[in-house]
Structures are given as structure tokens and as C-alpha cells.
Design a protein around this ligand. Structure first.
Ligand code: NGQ
Ligand code: ZN
Length: 452
């Protein structure tokens, strides 16, 4: 399929350009013509920027957004939230998961994300038994991506234990569990499940150092020589303490010492690092997967962003628990966490005169592209035609150039989004997904079923 677009304004690798002709073939950009004539091309008014990848999501958690904000008897924490989350997922059928995922993916597209790495660990039936099709739930995630048009990197999760040192998993975790052999079969099933999706990718995700042993981690890595590898690490202080008690080392330090962590890897959160870990992670070439809204919601802590950036570390952003879904909002809170903790301004930019919005956007685009392992990241030949088009008539968009990204990230947020295209196909218009009515209806019915 061929399409020719005419973009009024576009952020190209060479900078901001006007009147850009875009030739698209099979969802990918074939040619870019700055200063093109509009004749014969479909006009896309507004300010086109490359779509941002969302590098970390647990789609099903969208269904419990707002349901864990009531104070409990004492000591509410990440760990009490996790109990609520386990109770919620204990009720979900494959149909529910598909409906919730489709709703979340739709909101991601409306919120400025055009690709997604789904960190998928809800594999089995409510009693912990595998479905007749081991990859049933993976197929549901793929179906939700097909329904919404979201670009998918599916990360089936390897989860085998309940805590450091091969502690047995609890009842709330039984839907997640596999030994390495069954996990590798499941990953094979996930590859089949995505086969019909344009340009989709399958990677793997050992859930966390809590959920694996050194031996099983080595085994699944050895069997998966290519593709992205994601893992949660050092999100909570208790996790750091437990890791030290188990191994004598901090989690990021342990991981960098025991696995060949490189550009294939994405370390989710990596919130609690000392200076040596921060430097070593930056050197490794891995991407730090930051989820500022969820990390704030769960009380995780603040990533050492300024030090990591100064050392050239790569990062991207993810919507994780999906309690609120907004690409510019994740970037804004990333910067604001740094400002609050350092009592300074404009922290995540390097040079005088550099726009923080632009710097955050460029960095998260590069990091998210690496972490999703898809052909993304620029309005340039070879890249998928994934575009977010901001409304040039929005009152906050009166300035131009990088000020547009500052306005998008710090001021207007997702309200500035007019149109979203994935693989050259328009999925969002006037800020709303074209399939919104049906997708929201199915979601509402699923939520009513779950509450019943
Ligand atoms: C998850 N989410 O797997 O959904 C985790 C919580 C855990 C976040 N860390 C469970 N945000 O880490 O054990
Ligand atoms: Zn997570």
C-alpha cells in the first residue's frame, strides 16, 4: 500500500521543516521531500513529530486504575498495592484482558504513544493451570494491538519464584509461573500470535531478580540469543535490601555482574542505584525504562536522572501501571522529579539554550526505539510512518520550533494532540481514536463483568 502525505510542519533528523512530502510504502517511510508541493498529496495540517514508543506497560492494570487509592489499615505501600493488584487480576478472563488491553492501547494512541512494549506476565487460568493454548493471553494482547492499530513489541515474562533465593511463589502469583522449558514454548507461541501484525516484535522479560534464579535466568537468556530483554530492577528500597541480604550486592550491580547487559537490554525503573551503578548502567548501553507516573503513584523513589544523563545513559519512558496514560505527562514528571529532588530547574538538558522538552523527547524517542526493537525513531526513510500531529491552532502552540515541544511536554500535554498515524494509517483524529465507541463499549462491559 502506498500513500503520499503533505506535512505542514515536521520534525526531521535535520531539524524543523515546512511543507514536507512523505512517501509511504507498506507502513514505512520511503522518501521525505522537504519543500514539496502539496499537489497530489494528502494534506496533514499541524506539527508532525515522530511517535513516542511506550517501553513498559502491564495493560490489564488499566482496569484497576483509581481502585487502589483508598487508605488501608496501616502502612500503605508498593507491597500493599501489589496485593490489591493480585486480587484484581485473579478475576480476569481472556476476554476481559483483551477488552482492557484494547482500551489501554487506544488511550496510549490518543496520549501520544505509537508503539508499545507490553511486559506480559498474566499467562494462565485463574487456578494457575495453562490454557489449552499456552499462549492464549499473548494472543489476546496481539488481538488488542490489531484492534487498535498499536505497534507491538510483546515481551512474554519469565516468572518462576516468589522472592530472592528461589523462594516459592505465592497463590497470587500462580497465573504467572513457568519453568524455563514451558516459558520458552510460551515465547514460541507468542511469536506465532504476533505473526499477522505489521512489524511486530517478540522479546523476553525475566520479571525481576526476585522471580528468577541465576541458573534459570542464564537458561532463558541462552535460549534467546536475539531480541529485546527487559527486566524490573531496583524499584523499591526493600528489594535492594533483600538483594543485598541474598547476594551481598545491590540489584543493578548484581545484574551487570552476572548477565551480558548491553544494548538489547532495558532495565525497568533502576530507581535505586549508587553512583558506581549509575555510571556502569550508562556505560553498558542498556536503556533505563523510566515510568515516572507509576513510580510516583507507587512511592518508588526518584531515578538519578541528572547523573545518568551526564554519563550519556540511554532512557525511555513507559506507562507501566497505566493509572494515567500520557506521553508528554511521563516526560514532564520525569523532569519535575529531578527538579523537586535537586531544587533546581531545567535539569534534563545539557547545554545552555537547549530546550528541555526537545531533549527529553529526543532521548525518550531513541531509548524507546532501542527498547522496542522496532524500526522507529525518526521521520526518515526506513522508519515506520508513526506520527503524532500537534494542533497548530492550539493556543499554547503560538511559538515555533522547540518551543512546540516545551508547550507539548510542560503546558498543553495530550490536549495538543490532533492526529496520530501508525504505519501511515490515521488512527486518531481530533484527539480521539476512530474506533473509540466500540472499544470503550467493550471495556465498560468487561469492567461491569469484573465488578459483578
Ligand atoms: C508488576 N509493577 O509486575 O506489575 C510490578 C509489580 C512486582 C511495578 N513494579 C509487581 N510497577 O514487581 O512484583
Ligand atoms: Zn512493570
Amino acid at each position: 500500500m502506498r500513500r503520499s502525505l503533505f506535512l505542514e510542519h515536521a520534525l526531521l533528523p535535520s531539524g524543523w521543516a515546512m511543507d514536507v512530502g512523505l512517501d509511504i510504502e507498506d507502513g514505512a517511510i520511503a522518501a521525505v521531500h522537504p519543500g514539496a508541493a502539496p499537489a497530489g498529496r494528502e494534506r496533514i495540517p499541524g506539527i508532525a513529530i515522530p511517535g513516542l514508543p511506550n517501553l513498559h506497560s502491564h495493560a490489564f492494570q488499566r482496569g484497576m486504575a483509581g481502585l487502589a487509592e483508598t487508605r488501608g489499615p496501616s502502612g500503605d505501600s508498593f507491597w500493599t498495592w501489589r496485593q490489591v493488584m493480585y486480587r484484581f487480576l485473579g478475576r480476569l478472563s481472556p476476554e476481559d484482558v483483551q477488552a482492557i488491553a484494547a482500551f489501554a492501547f487506544m488511550e496510549m494512541l490518543e496520549g501520544g504513544f505509537t508503539a508499545l512494549a507490553e511486559f506480559h506476565y498474566l499467562h494462565h487460568d485463574v487456578d494457575g493451570r495453562p490454557y489449552a493454548d499456552l499462549a492464549e493471553m499473548s494472543a489476546r494482547i496481539a488481538a488488542a494491538a490489531a484492534e487498535t492499530g498499536m505497534g507491538l513489541t510483546l515481551l512474554p515474562v519469565f516468572y518462576a519464584y516468589g522472592g530472592f533465593g528461589a523462594q516459592p511463589a505465592g497463590e497470587g502469583q500462580r497465573r504467572f509461573l513457568n519453568d524455563p522449558e514451558r516459558f520458552l514454548r510460551l515465547a514460541e507461541g507468542a511469536r506465532k500470535a504476533i505473526a499477522g501484525l505489521p512489524d511486530a516484535v517478540v522479546g523476553i522479560a525475566p520479571h525481576s531478580l526476585r522471580a528468577v534464579t541465576p541458573g534459570t535466568l542464564t537458561e532463558v537468556l541462552a535460549a534467546t540469543p536475539a531480541g529485546p530483554v527487559h527486566i524490573h530492577v531496583a524499584e523499591q528500597v526493600k528489594e535492594v535490601e533483600d538483594c543485598i541480604a541474598w547476594s551481598g550486592r545491590r540489584p543493578v550491580d548484581w545484574l551487570l555482574g552476572h548477565a551480558a547487559v548491553d544494548g538489547r537490554w532495558c532495565l525497568i525503573h533502576a530507581t535505586h542505584m549508587d553512583g558506581a551503578e549509575t555510571a556502569a548502567l550508562a556505560r553498558s548501553g542498556a536503556v533505563a525504562g523510566l515510568c515516572p507516573i507509576t513510580e510516583a503513584n507507587l512511592g518508588d523513589g526518584i531515578f538519578p536522572g541528572a547523573d545518568y544523563l551526564a554519563r550519556g545513559g540511554r532512557f525511555g519512558v513507559g506507562s507501566d501501571s497505566n493509572v494515567e496514560i500520557t506521553a508528554p505527562g511521563e516526560l514532564r514528571l520525569l523532569e519535575y522529579g529531578q527538579r523537586l529532588s535537586r531544587r533546581a530547574r531545567n535539569v534534563m538538558a545539557a547545554a545552555e539554550g537547549e530546550s528541555v522538552g526537545r531533549r527529553l523527547y529526543d532521548a525518550a524517542l531513541a531509548g524507546g526505539t532501542a527498547a522496542t526493537a522496532r524500526r522507529l525513531g525518526a521521520i526518515a526513510p526506513g522508519s515506520r510512518a508513526d506520527l503524532v500531529v500537534l494542533d497548530a491552532g492550539h493556543p499554547d502552540m503560538a511559538a515555533a520550533g522547540d518551543r512546540w515541544l516545551d508547550a507539548y511536554v510542560f503546558v498543553a500535554g495530550r490536549a495538543a494532540i490532533d492526529r496520530v498515524l501508525v504505519g501511515g494509517r490515521t488512527l486518531v483524529e481530533g484527539g480521539r481514536h476512530l474506533g473509540r465507541a466500540a472499544i470503550a463499549g467493550a471495556y465498560a462491559r468487561a469492567m461491569a463483568r469484573i465488578a459483578a
